[in-house]
Design a protein around this ligand. Structure first.
Ligand code: PHB
Length: 388
């Protein structure tokens, strides 16, 4: 097989890249080791930055997003006895949208799904330091395949095969001493906007997916087993940590439960010859800043522009600038996600607790501090290097 861009991974980053390239007349092949049903069902992030939404809408994927997405103009920050709103719209003129990653992937599969090779095995990249890189894999029927491409893109996540193909560069990593227990529940959200709650027993968050589906999280120990958390125990703990006089938490059937580890990770280089990494293949942020998906989309936006210039005009300057441009945003988001995580999760250290409460009070009382949180949360503008 021959294609212009061979893409490893059919998550939101790989699918979006394939879609945006197709709009520019650049053809691609996408391979994915999971099944279509698995990719379509996995529950992940839920907050889209304005620029992410604008990009999806401009690329023709706005129909379901406009119908089901919920615009949020702020979030609530809380600690015992206090709940404060950070007004994104007033502070930055921008908003975020609640629309599950699961839904974004469904929309993308609607346009690209038939061109994805699902359930492949033995995926390997070859000759990526030449101008004739290749991708080999065994398809779902057991037939070995080789794709000859001009460029290969690794969109295969933290555990994928693409990053290890790049000769060792530098990586920065932190595993946080806590995890999130996340649930999806069939109950209308008890809040209009997301609640991020600091509590001496640990962080809790109230998010949502639709007017009938709530998504909630509890800080737990990293090795925590889901089986140890009965539905009653989860609702009780959420009730305590999110509790506020005059407010009550609605409960309902829990339809999904899972524990997510929390990690910060940045790996460089993001490019080796004709191989480019996007999204979680190159960097992971803890979920507290709602940045992971948006950062992957930003990588894809920058790379699409660079590949567009390469295939249309033979220009290599934007490809050469991809890594620096992407990394500037990666480090900004890595800092913001670390900062939100550090402000809201408890470790048992009593000095830390007082510092966190002082920081929360400052963010909720100083317009300058609130604006800093808001502009990072809604997302700094994409810098794709596009000049035309
Ligand atoms: C979610 O709805 O899953 C969600 C929202 C905000 C976050 C993380 C996750 O910071």
């Amino acid at each position: 097989m021959r294609t212009q861009v061979a893409i490893v991974g059919a998550g939101p980053a790989g699918l979006l890249l394939s879609h945006l390239l197709s709009l520019r007349g650049v053809d691609s092949v996408v391979v994915e080791n999971r099944s279509r049903a698995y990719v379509e069902a996995r529950i992940r992030a839920g907050v889209l930055e304005q620029d992410t939404v604008d990009l999806l809408v401009a690329s023709g994927l706005g129909d379901r997003l406009r119908e089901h997405g919920m615009r949020h103009d702020g979030i609530h920050l809380q600690w015992p006895g206090e709940r404060h709103r950070i007004d994104f719209r007033a502070l930055t003129g921008r908003s975020v949208w609640i629309y599950g990653q699961t839904e974004v992937v469904k929309d993308l599969l609607g346009v690209r799904g038939d061109d994805v090779w699902f359930e492949v095995t033995d995926t390997a990249l070859h000759d990526v330091d030449t101008d004739r890189p290749r991708l080999s894999f065994v398809d779902a029927e057991g037939t070995p395949r080789v794709v000859q491409a001009d460029v290969v893109v690794g969109a295969d996540g933290f555990h994928g095969v693409s990053r290890p193909t790049i000769p060792a560069g530098r990586a920065w990593e932190r595993e946080y001493p806590y995890a999130w227990l996340g649930i999806l529940a069939e109950v209308p959200p008890s809040t209009d906007e997301l609640i991020y709650a600091w509590h001496p027993r640990g962080f809790a968050m109230h998010s949502m997916r639709s007017p009938r589906l709530s998504r909630l999280y509890l800080q737990v120990a990293p090795g925590e087993r889901v089986e140890d958390w009965s539905d009653d125990r989860i609702w009780d703990e959420l009730g305590v940590r999110l509790g506020l006089d005059g407010w009550s938490l609605g409960t309902g059937p829990i339809v999904d439960k899972g524990v997510t580890p929390m990690r910060s990770f940045v790996s460089t280089p993001m490019r080796h010859g004709r191989l480019f990494l996007v999204g979680d293949a190159a960097h992971i942020v803890p979920p507290t800043g709602a940045k992971g998906l948006n950062l992957a989309v930003a990588d894809v936006a920058v790379l699409t522009e660079a590949l567009g210039a390469f295939f249309a005009e033979g220009r290599t300057d934007l490809l050469d600038g991809y890594e620096d441009r992407a990394l500037r945003r990666v480090w900004r988001c890595t800092h913001f996600s670390w900062w939100m995580t550090s402000m809201l999760h408890t470790s048992g250290d009593e000095l830390d607790q007082q510092l966190q409460l002082a920081q929360l009070a400052y963010v909720c009382s100083s317009e300058a501090a609130a604006t800093s949180l808001a502009e990072n949360y809604v997302g700094l503008p994409h810098d794709t290097g596009h000049t035309a």
